[in-house]
Design a binder for this molecule. Structure first.
Ligand SMILES: Cc1cc2nc3c(=O)[nH]c(=O)nc-3n(C[C@H](O)[C@H](O)[C@H](O)COP(=O)(O)OP(=O)(O)OC[C@H]3O[C@@H](n4cnc5c(N)ncnc54)[C@H](O)[C@@H]3O)c2cc1C
Length: 291
């Protein structure tokens, strides 16, 4: 079966942290859809695991009285697709979750695992970046909270310190109320395929102008990326064809797509420009704006 050197099961977050602190070689195992694949490939970094799959407190999805949404890092994609707090308030996250793998993967794979593996293709990253999500991490000494864009440090690298567990994602009410948001995943196949490019957008309007635009891409750089320069240029722009042209012509300044076996760089650049325009139109449509 699996060539493990050590396996420990945690029932609480604190127990998981303690087990990780006791064995610096150990990594958390949530849904296992990345870890068990690597283990089967014989990867040496995955031979000591602390199983957090059944830690109930990691699965809570709640809304505080001030409207802040807390999504437990152990929430599966299947749950995110149907949980009312998500579908009613931050449907862009349910939209991203629905594009992951197939039903079997979505029943096991968690949002925390999707972020902690540091993959540039993570389908929940784009939606969470445009929701300005904060990542909550708990370690042996303290709990800390950082913006998701700071959590990503490089390909496969995230700001998770030894023995830390990602416990949840926080989304503030000002980051979803009155915003229109959407996600589009371009992949070679409609299911069971990693994104060639993923694009998420969110906007808030002020009359016939853009109040704020947020734009994020996956597989368009070493990590999922926000398009800060394009967002700044779009602020205050009138809602017309020039806005689409502005976004289309600016977006590559924010990104660093590359060649890979999945797609050549120039094809990715073409898809990025197309998706920037398409997803922007998609998020403007519920606001009654057709461009
Ligand atoms: C067939 C198949 C199809 C797939 N399709 C897609 C797809 O379309 N889109 C996509 O984005 N991904 C896809 N994936 C990748 C994978 O399913 C996701 O990345 C998934 O979200 C990983 O979650 P998990 O719970 O299974 O993580 P695990 O495999 O358990 O863990 C992944 C990593 O995160 C760490 N980790 C997990 N939880 C925590 C935590 N709470 N705190 C700290 N560290 C943690 C682990 O130690 C490990 O390093 C696919 C995988 C397979 C096998």
């Amino acid at each position: 079966m699996f060539d493990l050197d050590s396996y420990h099961k945690a029932n609480t977050v604190d127990e998981a942290i303690q087990l990780l602190a006791q064995n610096p070689k150990a990594i958390p195992l949530a849904g296992g859809t990345d870890v068990l694949v690597r283990l089967r490939q014989g990867h040496p970094d995955y031979r000591h695991v602390v199983d957090i799959h059944d830690v109930a407190e990691l699965r809570d999805i709640t809304m505080a009285t001030d409207g802040t949404i807390r999504v437990g890092a152990g929430s599966t994609f299947a749950r995110l697709m149907t949980e009312k707090i998500v579908t009613d308030n931050i449907p862009v996250l349910a939209e991203g979750a629905a594009t992951v793998g197939g039903p079997q993967v979505r029943n096991m794979a968690t949002i925390g695992g999707n972020l902690c593996n540091g993959a540039p293709s993570a389908d929940c990253a784009g939606p969470l970046l445009v929701l300005n999500a904060l990542v909550v991490l708990k370690g042996p000494q303290a709990e800390r909270c950082i913006p998701l864009h700071e959590f990503y440090q490089g390909p496969g690298q995230v700001d998770r310190k030894p023995a830390e567990i990602m416990t949840s994602l926080l989304i503030a009410p000002d980051d979803y109320r009155c915003w229109s948001a959407g996600y589009y995943k371009y992949a070679m196949r409609d299911a069971m395929d990693i994104a060639t490019i993923g694009c998420a957008a969110a906007c808030i309007l002020e009359g016939n102008r853009v109040g704020q635009l947020r734009l994020a891409f996956t597989v368009a750089g070493p990590t999922p990326l926000r398009c800060w320069k394009t967002e700044e240029k779009a602020r205050g722009a009138t809602l017309d064809q020039a806005l689409l042209q502005l976004v289309r012509s600016s977006v590559l300044e924010d990104l660093r797509p590359r060649d890979s076996w999945r797609s050549p760089k120039d094809f990715r650049e073409q898809i990025i420009r197309t998706l920037a325009e398409r997803v922007l139109k998609k998020v403007l449509s519920p606001c009654g704006v057709t461009l």
